[in-house]
Write a protein that binds this ligand. Structure first.
Ligand code: NAI
Ligand code: MG
Length: 358
């Protein structure tokens, strides 16, 4: 049978992004090598990020999106370094890609790995399993607003940061969450807003949620305010399955979720363009971690879990499960990076996962 070759653009970008993307490439190539010629990965690496900015004044070339457009997927590390203001590096690369490729659904599973202790008193992978679904195209990260609106100079500046909620944008992410819930053991969607205080956009979201929920009578629902949901993540985590929220709220909740699972380094994510008009992008949830970068300390589990989500996207669910099982087996065997209480280096985790696959 002919080999299916997936063309992937790797964008490690900054800090630990380089280490964890290298780990992901090694593991995916090992999977392909073991597939008996069923599939292969053809990698192209792009050296964009804060280093590129220092040389060119841009985070990516002017035609960067054109260069990426025809890949089957993008595999992303993390962007940001103290040399460049964070709002410039984030908007110049990651948000630029997500917004222009209409990757409107950001899927962030919170997985509890065997052998890794959660700070929750009673929580392990047998009890807790969530997916945070983040609206990824509008909301609080619409980039709308401005500064210096008062025209009255220093000390009197006025800035506006406006959130954008469209009925279309709310509806597509909420439907996505319900469709995902139907594929899971616990068919439940929890919608998160702050509609008591934010009476326009988030009330629209709540209304769309109620309307869409009527189309899914087989799925349990709840609407929870974001502050209460933060508490619920800690106090009643067993009551959650799919959590759908706006761009900012889901960003915060997914970091909380991964911390509860044991470390930010564990969390995976997929930025999906569900219509497949543009490539989707797979990246760990964490940032570039300048405090540990370049020392082999980065936990690659989040990047490897993101690689598993990419395999799902390619229509290789059995391979995705094999990879997740290998990550779990490595954790359960006590081979762990320092962020989850171990002493192993990034490359030792990578090698152990490859050995599990072999
Ligand atoms: P961060 O996620 O880089 O680090 C937060 C903490 O988690 C640090 O203590 C770090 O050591 C730890 N950590 C992160 N990844 C880890 C891993 N793989 N293994 C072990 N420990 C890990 O967040 P921070 O410090 O707020 O941001 C640093 C830079 O990253 C900033 O420039 C920020 O803008 C950028 N950033 C980029 C993101 C992206 O590209 N998607 C997401 C979040 C932040
Ligand atoms: Mg974040």
């Amino acid at each position: 049978p002919a080999t299916r070759t997936f063309r992937i653009a790797a964008i490690p970008a900054d800090g630990v992004g380089e280490e964890v993307v290298a780990a992901g490439r090694t593991v995916l190539d090992a999977l392909a090598a073991g597939s008996g010629g069923a599939f292969a990965f053809d990698w192209t690496e792009f050296p964009w990020g804060c280093g590129y900015y220092a040389e060119t004044g841009r985070m990516m070339p002017a035609d960067g999106l054109e260069q990426l457009r025809d890949f089957d997927a993008l595999y992303f590390g993390a962007v940001g370094w103290p040399s460049v203001p964070d709002h410039i590096s984030l908007w110049g690369l990651r948000l630029n890609i997500c917004q222009n490729f209409d990757q409107w659904a950001n899927v962030r599973p919170v997985r509890f790995h065997p052998g890794i202790t959660s700070p929750l008193r009673k929580a392990d992978h047998t009890e807790l399993d969530w997916v945070v679904v983040r609206e990824n195209s509008e909301g609080e990260y619409a980039g709308l607003g401005g500064r210096n609106l008062s025209g009255r100079g220093p000390g009197n500046e006025v800035a506006l940061q406006t959130a954008l909620f469209t009925e279309h944008g709310c509806e597509r992410i909420i439907r996505f969450a319900f469709d995902l819930a139907r594929q899971r053991p616990r068919k439940k969607v929890s919608s998160v807003t702050k509609s008591n205080a934010q009476q326009y956009g988030m009330v629209l979201w709540d209304e769309v949620f109620e309307r869409v929920a009527a189309d899914y009578p087989d799925v349990e629902t709840e609407s929870v305010l974001v502050d209460a949901m933060a508490a619920k993540f800690v106090l009643k985590p067993e009551d959650l399955s799919v959590v759908v929220a706006s761009n900012l709220n889901a960003d915060i909740l997914s970091d909380l979720g991964s911390a509860l699972a044991g470390s930010l380094g564990l969390a995976a994510s997929a930025n999906l363009n569900p219509e497949r008009r543009f490539p989707s992008m797979f990246e760990p949830v964490h940032g570039s971690a300048p405090d540990i970068a370049g020392q082999g300390l980065a936990n690659p589990a989040g990047a490897l879990g993101s690689a598993a989500l990419m395999l799902d996207h390619f229509g290789l669910p059995a391979e995705a499960t094999r990879l997740r099982d290998a990550i779990d087996a490595t954790a359960a065997a006590g081979i762990r990076t320092p962020d989850v209480g171990g002493t192993a280096k990034t490359t030792e985790i990578t090698d152990a996962v490859v050995a599990e696959l072999g």
